[in-house]
Ligand binder design. Structure first.
Ligand code: CTP
Length: 411
């Protein structure tokens, strides 16, 4: 991907990670972006406007009441003449100001005045990151539609301090910027003529005619992918477990209850150019469903014996005939996200795994936002925290790009 013709407004706030922002500017310029820089007062204790401006190829802006700036361009134009606003590093203080809508310096004023998407790369001490106030502010920013990348775990600048709080690496921030902008600019008919199969929602495994076991799943992400694929011109088959969502218009929806019914519907839906398995399939079902409602008896509660359900993703990924060109699984992980996702990629034989980071307090489960990593045989990409719609659009853009590539490059 490239960022040619894209304009990025980079706000550098005051943290030790500010030195990495100079590298970020260089990487964005390498990708063809035009970069304009705003620095807070605190940022200037760590790097100088001269060095940031020299790398950006344009003076760095620092002062709201700077007469030259205001005559020259003005803070409103700074806020608007861009495709994306990126804050790296984003300090706890600047996040608090944003969450509260303050506007007492150039950076916070521009953030309040902009109508463009905003991506933040937080960086702070782990205690500050974990503080209730920061969590509150982050939740507010996410609810306001701000996307995030990082922070990562690791050693801090302070001796003997480690934990979550390191700013994401410039290369991760650049990738997050690319995927955010790609998601917004996906070519509308990029999937014309392609058949895309999507699974979504949970499965219900009956215990008896009135009881079942299930996984928690709203179906929001899977349905969003189906909608995004249809919007990109694909013919879409959506195999959905029981969800409260309406059937997306213009899409063939097959409603199923159990994992076995989902597998049968998926296999009946082949051939497909790409298949995305976003359903939270129940791993087990009861060995024998009772024909009648199980009654309470003096013998106490029944013991349920389970058998394993078919793995729909693995079954399709390992097919010899009619294997879709691109088979994509999801992985909801709470720890060792990348390691587990990589293992799943190999075990299931799929091409990509979209790993959901459900460990952070982003409210991914049932919520409207998602923080994912895209794990492929080529490597791992950290995508910014964004709405499930944006994740869906970015994924669809990537699928379209990959399906266009020569067959040899597909996997
Ligand atoms: N999946 C599937 N059929 C199953 C189980 C899972 O198609 N019976 C798919 C999901 O739709 C998802 C991926 O496999 O795309 C990962 O599912 P997950 O439940 O996270 O992985 P598991 O293999 O069950 O591993 P674990 O529960 O041990 O993490």
């Amino acid at each position: 991907m490239s960022l040619s013709d894209k304009r990025i407004l980079l706000i550098i706030s005051g943290g030790i990670a500010a030195y990495k922002s100079l590298d970020l500017i260089r990487r964005l310029k390498e990708r063809g972006a035009g970069v304009r820089v705003i620095m807070t007062k605190a940022a200037q204790h760590f790097v100088t406007p001269l060095s940031a401006g020299a790398i950006a190829g344009e003076r760095a802006y620092t002062d709201l009441f700077d007469a030259t700036t205001e005559f020259d361009i003005g803070h409103i134009r700074l806020a608007r003449e861009t495709d994306l606003v990126v804050i790296a590093p984003a300090t706890a203080d600047l996040m608090a100001k944003m969450a509260g809508g303050h506007a007492d310096d150039l950076a916070s004023t521009v953030l309040l005045a902009t109508d463009k998407p905003i991506l933040i790369a937080p960086a702070m001490n782990p205690q500050m990151w974990g503080h209730r106030a920061t969590k509150r502010n982050l939740a507010q920013l996410l609810a306001d539609g701000v996307a995030t990348v990082g922070p990562n775990a690791g050693e801090m600048a302070e001796a003997d301090e480690a934990g979550i709080g390191r700013m994401a690496e410039p290369i991760e921030i650049a990738a997050a910027i690319e995927s955010l902008l790609a998601g917004r600019n996906a070519a509308p008919k990029a999937l014309a003529g392609q058949h895309i199969l999507v699974t979504s929602g949970p499965t219900h495994e009956a215990i008896d005619p009135v009881r079942y076991i299930a996984n928690r799943s709203s179906g929001k992400q899977g349905h969003a992918i189906a909608r995004a694929a249809a919007a990109a011109g694909a013919t879409v088959t959506l195999v959905s477990g029981p969800v409260k969502l309406p059937d997306p218009p213009g899409i063939k929806v097959i409603h199923v209850e159990s994992a076995r019914a989902m597998l049968a519907a998926v296999e009946a839906g082949l051939p497909a150019d790409a298949a995305i398995f976003a359903a939270a399939v129940a791993d087990w079902r009861v060995a024998e469903m009772a024909a009648q409602k199980t009654k309470k008896t003096a013998a106490g509660p029944p013991t349920l014996a389970f058998v394993e359900n078919p793995d729909i993703l693995a079954t399709v990924a390992k097919r010899k005939a009619q294997r879709p060109g691109l088979v994509i699984g999801f992985a909801a992980e709470t720890e060792r996200v990348i390691e587990n996702a990589r293992a799943k990629l190999v075990k299931k034989g799929c091409d990509w795994i979209v790993a959901n980071d459900v460990s952070r307090e982003t409210g991914v489960m049932g919520g409207d936002r998602n923080t994912v990593h895209l794990v492929t045989a080529q490597g791992v990409e950290a995508w910014p925290s964004q709405s499930k719609e944006e994740v869906a659009r970015a994924l669809v853009a990537r699928i379209a790009e990959t399906l266009k590539a020569p067959a040899a490059l597909l996997r």
